[in-house]
Every structure is written in structure tokens, then in C-alpha cells.
Design a protein around this ligand. Structure first.
Ligand code: SAH
Ligand code: SF4
Length: 348
């Protein structure tokens, strides 16, 4: 049998495993208290368990399956980026973002990404594999350990297109929000998608209050086609229709993410068109000044970004701009992993 992840082992499975080991049933509650209450996954830290049981837990389960292989702290704002090495040697990234009293975690959902947006470091070599639910939950626990406490918000904006790993992502969302597990509010969890329409509709059908962010990046299909390859790109109109369904089913307003790329999607006309769409679909706009990763794209000049923001706001849409965070060298999603992969290949 494949090794299981302790963090998402169903309680009945844990109970059966304990029976097999000749352990009393109350051990299951002790173990889940460590995981969900004290956010502790490593058996050696579960002090009220007998040493032998701790050992066999560690042997039979992934607890955890990955390790922090690299840690980049940005002293300016306290943002920490972690590169996790998975049990098969692959890497993903996770970012811990403190802001005032709150801590936000940015989690990855896949190793690589099949969408391959042309400005994004995560999709350069396509998809390697999906993350298992247990691996995403371990990201959560490692992020909380780094922050020194349970985090307040989660955004699935790391590496990968979560809606293309739907079943595992939903398991994660359920475990994060189940009252007897991590008991988070669904409103504090944001799923970000490049506009994968079937996934948006499936998420809407759950009728839960998760926050949906749609990476639109362009108000029209011609501009969008310059940024996102054909394979997994849906028409703007269909994406916004799906976002309407999501809003109705979840009762939550969606956010349109818009990564600003100089000379591509940053004109006043595009700002006006974006503003009109946002108003029509009752969506908020979040502008993301591009973090330069490849030679092909540039971040627009500051005045251009400010103008763009003013123009969107003038249309009546609610607009915010992502504050720049993280150290410059590894600020954008996928950059740490891309660098590690490069090194791995060079050494081969
Ligand atoms: N695949 C999902 C979630 C991960 S990407 C999606 O595309 O929404 C999360 C966000 O980071 C997206 O809005 C994406 O456009 C943005 N992003 C990726 N690389 C970036 C970069 N180099 N600079 C600025 N934003 C970037
Ligand atoms: Fe994938 Fe999102 Fe990056 Fe596009 S922006 S390649 S969908 S991770």
C-alpha cells in the first residue's frame, strides 16, 4: 500500500491502524488533537504517546512527507518564502506573509503548471505532477510553524492551477474548514484560477463561501491570447459568466486579478474596459505590478500603474493594488523552484 499522509488520514483509518497495533482507541483523539489543535504533525513531538507508538507512526505515515529545503527572508517586510522538497525530490514554494496582526499563507497546488502563462515562472516547463491533499495540508502546517501560530488567511496563489487538481484541492478545503479539524472560515481562504471555467463551475456547485480570485489579466480575448497559451485559455465572456454563477452560489464577490505588463495590457483603454467589466459583473479588481522573471516582459512605470488604477476606479469599480512584498530576488511565484530546478539540471 502507498504510504499515507498522517495529516489527512481519515479518523476511521487511524482507528483501524491503532487497533492493528494493539493500542487503545483514545489514542486516535490524542493524535488528532496534536495535529488539528496544536498544529503538530511530527510524532516525536507527541509527548503523551508511548515511544513505541511514536516510532511506528513515523514509520507508517508521512509525518511530514516534505522538508524545508530553502528559506528566503525579506527583512524589509518579514515575508518568508520557503522552498519545500517533496518526498520524490520535486519542489514547491510556500510564502508566509505577515501584515499587521494577520498572517497570510500563499500555498502551491501543483508541481509546475500546465497553463503556462507567458509571464509566469511556474509554468515554464509545464506540469510535473499534482500535489496530494496531504502535501498541501503539510504546506499549511509548515507555514504555521514558520509563523509561530495558526495563520489567518490562505491564498492558493503559489505554484499551479488549483482547479486543475480539483479533487485534492477540495479535500484540502474541507479539512481546513471542518469544525473538528482546522476550523477555518471559508471566507478566509482564496482560490485563485487562471480562468479554468469547468473548475469555477464545480467550485460554485459546492455552495461554500470560499473567496474566488480570477486571473483575468486582459479585458479582451485578443490581448489575453498574447499572455496565455491556447490550450487551457477560456474566452473572457465565459469566464465572467462562470464568475457570476460563483457569486450567486457562494454569496461572495469575486476578485479579478490583473498582472500589469508594460505595453501589453496597461493602456488607458484597457483600464476603462476592465472597469466596465468589473462593474457589470460586480467584481473587485486587484492590480498586480509585474515582478520581472524573464526578459520578455516589463513592469509598467509607476505613473502608468497609478493612471491605470485611477481609470479603473473612475469607472466605479473597487480597485486595490497588491503591495510589493518579498525580497526582490525571489518575489514572484515559482522563482525559487525555477532556480532550484536549473541547478539540478546543471548538476546532471
Ligand atoms: N494559477 C493560478 C494561481 C497561481 S498564480 C492563477 O493563475 O491565478 C497567482 C497569481 O500570481 C496570478 O494572478 C498570476 O498572474 C500572478 N503572477 C504569477 N507570476 C507573476 C509575476 N512574475 N509577477 C506578478 N504576478 C505574477
Ligand atoms: Fe499557472 Fe497561474 Fe502561473 Fe498561469 S499564472 S502559469 S495559471 S501558476
Amino acid at each position: 500500500m502507498m504510504k499515507r499522509f498522517l495529516v489527512d488520514a481519515p479518523v476511521c483509518e487511524l482507528a483501524a491502524w491503532l487497533r492493528e497495533k494493539g493500542e487503545p482507541a483514545f489514542r486516535a483523539k490524542q493524535i488528532t488533537d496534536w495535529i488539528f489543535g496544536k498544529l503538530t504533525l511530527e510524532p516525536e513531538k507527541m509527548k503523551n504517546l508511548p515511544a513505541g507508538l511514536r516510532k511506528s507512526l513515523a514509520g507508517d505515515f508521512f509525518a511530514p512527507s516534505c522538508r524545508v529545503a530553502e528559506r528566503v527572508l525579506s527583512p524589509r517586510d518579514g515575508v518568508v518564502k520557503l522552498r519545500l522538497e517533496l518526498h520524490d525530490g520535486e519542489s514547491v514554494e510556500l510564502v508566509v506573509i505577515p501584515a499587521r496582526e494577520r498572517v497570510t499563507l500563499c500555498l502551491s497546488t501543483q508541481v509546475g503548471c500546465p497553463v503556462g502563462c507567458r509571464f509566469c515562472a511556474s509554468g515554464v516547463n509545464g506540469l510535473v505532477r499534482n500535489l496530494r491533499a496531504g502535501e498541501m495540508l503539510e504546506e499549511f502546517l509548515l507555514g504555521c510553524a514558520e509563523a509561530g501560530r495558526k495563520c489567518d488567511n490562505i491564498v492558493f496563489m503559489g505554484i499551479g492551477e488549483g482547479l486543475l487538481n480539483f479533487d485534492e484541492l477540495v479535500k484540502v478545503l474541507e479539512t481546513l474548514t471542518a469544525p473538528e479539524k482546522f476550523a477555518m472560515s471559508p471566507r478566509r481562504i482564496t482560490v485563485s484560477t487562471s480562468g479554468f471555467v469547468p473548475g469555477i463551475l464545480k467550485l460554485a456547485a459546492l455552495e461554500k463561501e470560499f473567496t474566488l480570485a480570477v486571473s483575468l489579466h486582459a479585458p479582451d480575448d485578443v490581448t489575453r491570447a498574447k499572455i496565455i497559451p491556447d490550450k487551457l485559455r477560456y474566452p473572457v465572456a465565459e469566464i465572467l459568466e462562470a464568475a457570476d454563477v460563483y457569486r450567486e452560489k457562494s454569496g461572495r464577490l469575486c476578485t479579478l486579478e490583473y498582472t500589469l505588463l508594460e505595453g501589453v495590457n496597461d493602456s488607458p483603454e484597457q483600464a476603462e474596459a476592465l472597469g466596465r467589466l468589473a462593474v457589470r459583473h460586480r467584481a473587485k479588481v486587484n492590480l498586480i505590478p509585474y515582478n520581472e522573471t524573464s526578459g520578455a516582459y516589463r513592469r509598467p512605470r509607476r505613473e502608468v500603474i497609478e493612471n491605470f488604477e485611477r481609470t479603473v476606479a473612475a469607472s466605479g469599480a473597487a480597485v486595490t493594488r497588491r503591495v510589493e512584498r518579498g525580497s526582490k530576488s525571489a518575489a514572484a511565484c515559482g522563482q525559487l523552484r525555477a532556480r532550484a530546478e536549473q541547478k539540478r539540471n546543471d548538476e546532471k
